[in-house]
Ligand binder design. Structure first.
Ligand code: S3P
Length: 460
């Protein structure tokens, strides 16, 4: 259980950072490479522990995973060539690993067991298990009292999947809450099903699955509004049912959820020039940038280009800490910024007036209860903040120095990093406890922030 000791920033931040690869796209690149039978070079993987869990999982399912310089090379098994894992698959802290694997393994003729760490063992799985069961999947988990739930409460890991005797059947499923993890699980199950599978979401969740699988020749269609994905595998399967990555290589663009911490730091401290290079600007991921614009920040989006089928740009912050104002955030924007709410709340603490976040009930079931842990993190610095069932309110007071804080990150990487950024504006050294899980998404966080001129050290 390591900690960060963070010193107040003494000068504007400055520097250029190549943002490590996007975690969501990294999971998909690895998992979909398992489904091909030609080698795939994955360049620019972020190096976080969560992607590492997916890499090990595909190894257990029959892929050969090696290195070629900076690239990871995956020799896949193909959708029909996967092998039964010899041991239970450890998904660590990674909700994306476990939920995506549920969909993939639901259609396989072998049994697999999936488990994770303490945080993952509390995360709700009914949202993915129920529609998969409707497709014919055999999948059980643990209920709140130890038995398989089906009654009150949710189903949590460990999960046991399969073996499936017959083929899955397609379903038409409406998600109550937008979720790219559930959507992707159903798409992966739909690829293995008889008939058509249709998944409709109430909001625009990230669409990396659709982009990558379509590029690989999957029989998938997306509606004009982006909210319905249809998989009709009949003709595709009759023609051999192959997936193949054109060129045999994928470049993973930089993770906007990681760059958010650096952009926020540059805004609250001030920046000579801070450049986050190569950030994915997929519109399903830019809610954070839109929220900052509404708060009065100017983030330059420079050199827009395409990388790995995704829009990418360099994000640049220049100048003294701007005068920011509080905003009201809700609806689709919150879906597009769901992982950035803790760091947005930290920025809101340094903005004039009140910021209100609504429609973010999902935050209750992330790596921690992020409504509770974000509010506790803010209060640790003396910031006035309150929790609501579906969001939070932050009273910004940028003219008042923040008290040095002692933050318990609750083993949540995004709370640890948001607390660290806010600590840069405190009146004395702060301590952020239990920061080990920063390595799940952004292992170079300390090095990068230090390179920009912040002073922080790891402590036992
Ligand atoms: C992710 C989807 C989101 C996000 C998570 C990663 C993904 O979760 O919060 O960090 O890679 O598909 P939900 O699908 O539960 O919204």
């Amino acid at each position: 259980m390591t900690a960060f000791i963070v010193q107040p920033a003494r000068r504007p931040l400055s520097g250029q950072i190549d943002i490590p690869g996007d975690k969501s796209i990294g999971h998909r690149a690895l998992l979909f490479a398992l489904l091909t039978t030609r080698p795939v070079w994955i360049r620019g993987l972020g190096g976080g522990a969560d992607n590492g869990r997916t890499a090990r999982a595909i190894g257990q399912l029959g892929a050969r995973v090696g290195r070629d310089g900076d690239a990871i090379v995956v020799e896949g098994a193909g959708l029909g060539g996967m092998q039964a894992p010899a041991a239970a698959i450890d998904c660590g802290n990674s909700g994306t690993t476990i939920r995506l694997l549920c969909g993939l393994l639901a259609g396989q003729p072998f049994r697999a067991e999936l488990f994770g760490d303490e945080s993952l063992s509390r995360r709700p799985m009914r949202r993915v298990i129920e529609p998969l069961r409707a497709m014919g999947a055999r999948i059980t988990g643990r209920g709140p009292e130890g038995a398989d739930a089906g009654a009150a409460g949710d189903v949590v890991p460990p999960l046991v999947i399969g073996p499936l005797a017959e083929r899955l059947v397609g379903v038409d499923h409406q998600l109550a809450i937008a979720s790219a993890q559930v959507k992707t699980a159903l798409v992966l199950a739909g690829l293995q099903a008889d008939g058509v599978t249709r998944v409709t979401e109430p909001g625009p969740s990230r669409d990396h699955t659709e982009r990558l699988l379509a590029a690989m020749g999957a029989p998938l269609q997306v509606s004009a509004d982006g909210r319905t994905v249809t998989i009709d595998p009949g003709a595709w399967r009759a023609a051999g049912g192959e997936l193949e990555l054109p060129g045999g290589a994928i470049d993973v663009p930089g993770d906007p959820s990681s760059s958010a911490f650096l952009i926020a730091a540059a805004l609250v401290v001030g920046a000579d020039t801070v450049v986050c290079r190569g950030v994915c600007t997929n519109p399903t991921r830019t809610g954070f940038l839109d929220a900052l614009a509404a708060m009065g920040a100017t983030i330059a989006v420079e050199s827009p280009r395409q990388v790995g089928g995704e829009p990418v740009a360099d994000l640049v912050v220049r100048g003294a800490a701007p005068t920011l104002r509080g905003v009201e955030l809700g609806g689709d924007l919150v879906v597009r910024a769901i992982d950035e709410v803790p760091i947005l709340a930290a920025v809101a603490a340094r903005a004039h007036g009140t910021t209100v976040v609504r429609d973010a009930h999902e935050l209750r079931v992330k790596e921690s209860d992020r409504i509770a842990t974000t509010v506790a993190m803010l209060r640790a610095f003396g910031v006035e903040a309150t929790a609501q069932p579906d969001g939070l309110t932050v009273i910004g007071a940028p003219d008042r120095p923040l008290a040095p804080g002692r933050v318990d990150s609750a083993s949540d990487h995004r709370i640890a990093m948001a607390g660290t950024v806010l600590a840069l504006t405190a009146s004395g050294p702060s301590r952020i406890d239990d920061v080990g899980n920063v390595a799940t998404s952004f292992p170079s966080f300390v090095a990068v922030l230090t390179a920009l001129g912040a002073e922080l050290a790891e402590a036992p």
